[in-house]
Write a protein that binds this ligand. Sequence first.
Ligand SMILES: O=P(O)(O)OC[C@H]1O[C@](O)(CO)[C@@H](O)[C@@H]1O
Length: 541
Amino acid sequence: MNHRAQLEGLPLKDLFQQDAQRYPRMTLEAAGLILDYSRNRVTDQTLGLLADLARGRGLPERVNALFRGEQLNTTEKRPALHTALRQPQDQPVQVDGENIMPAIQATLERMEVFTNAVRSGEWRGMNGDTITDVVSIGIGGSYLGPLTATEALTPFQSEHPRCHYVANVDGSDIREALAGLNPATTLFLVQSKSFTTQETLANARVARQWFLDGGGTETTVQHHFAAVTANADRARDFGIAGDSIFPMWDWVGGRYSLWSAIGLPVALAVGMPRFRELLAGAHAMDQHFQQAPPEQNMPMLMGLMGLWYMHGFGAESQAVIPYDHYLRHLPEHLQQLDMESNGKSVCLDGSPVSHHTGPVIWGGPGVNGQHAYHQLLHQGTRLVPVDFILPLTSHNPVDGHHAMLAANCLAQARALMLGRTEQEVRAAMIAEGMAEDEAQRLAPHRAIPGNRPSNLLTMERLEPATLGALIALYEHRTFVQAAIWRINPFDQWGVELGKEIGGQILPALNGEPETDMTFDSATAGQIARFRAAQGSASGSR
Ligand SMILES: O=P(O)(O)OC[C@H]1O[C@](O)(CO)[C@@H](O)[C@@H]1O
């Protein structure tokens, strides 16, 4: 009998009954985070087999290669050095024979000067006013990481500047963001590694026009626009002063760029010392990832158990459910991080993979989800492994709320694990006075299979360092799975085709006469429908 089949006969609740030490043994602490992985369908033997798999696949060597800056992004011939952005200056990292640490430190220092100037009120707007609001314009990795971190660190934010985010090329997004803002006291950060992203440039142009319409001039644009980009020439062409352009580098992937100057809105919101704590927390997780053996390595264990569920039990998704209001954007960030990284069908050598790759990542804040999708987690036909995340203390200890929140979180993990048999349900209903035949009829509906796995990640308090460690943990978890599958987690060619076709459709929607593209009948039909709607909308205005 194979190991997976053996586990079928060993439900989680029995594993707990047989072994009083299961919880302490399957609890691991690193970088301020505590992972309780005892409610997973694993035994010591499973974990040993998974660790053997990791070693057999050369995972520890791949991790060292990542940190050394080897060109792991083989299709774009680049290293992926987000870890260098958060490591101490005295440890050199070479890219093309050059130590990149001085450039990273110089950028952090420039961020510090800029952040201090804006936060202290020394940086003045066009009329000599201090900056009250910062609007970050960017999308994908130039948006989700900073948004997640800014929200997560709300308790550490000063009153000013307030941070706003615009990502979507939907007029409603920017219109809502600008409503109520004063052009004289607003600073825009145009965040784009490439400075070619259509959505970001379209929003930046609207912001610029809004500023000019609000009394700004081509000269005072300099006081109100800064950029973070690896393409400084294009930012300068947009009219942003060289002093206000912060660099990024080819060796930082968009979805791993929170730690670079893309984190500037976070630094503006919480101050540079807090931003440095975020980096330090991520670095602590990096060290753990590099140094701990697979059996005691948090990102490796999480990544390997994820593989176990996908390949052993057919799991297609992974839920991430933070029981913390301030972490409500984390699932969105992890969605991009994991799905843009590991949504791949070929191995590093170009051959097709022989199995599924990245799971669908989804989730939302607990307790809200309990009243929405948890029903499927408990009684649906699919196995969905869950990561619960719970800070042990609250920034807002309102009237016993935090104990209620924690009770719900622990209850979900326990209920998923225990379930309730038909027999138990029937006996309980009869004990409450229900007629036997009615209890018999209802029992299958009310029985809950249980044996559903979850991790519980806790931390003393959600603060910059623990947040840094948490996000780095998921970055490395993603890397672990990619390394075992031998896929490239650092490119994203799949998003290009949509961008290209969007570029062909836009002129047709705008009715540009030179459009000679022929489209399939569905696309052509929808273009005609869209154009007709614009015609009738302009007629009715
Ligand atoms: O920072 P940029 O170059 O504007 O790119 C934004 C995002 O677009 C993508 O290339 C594709 O969605 C992401 O990887 C990236 O984070």
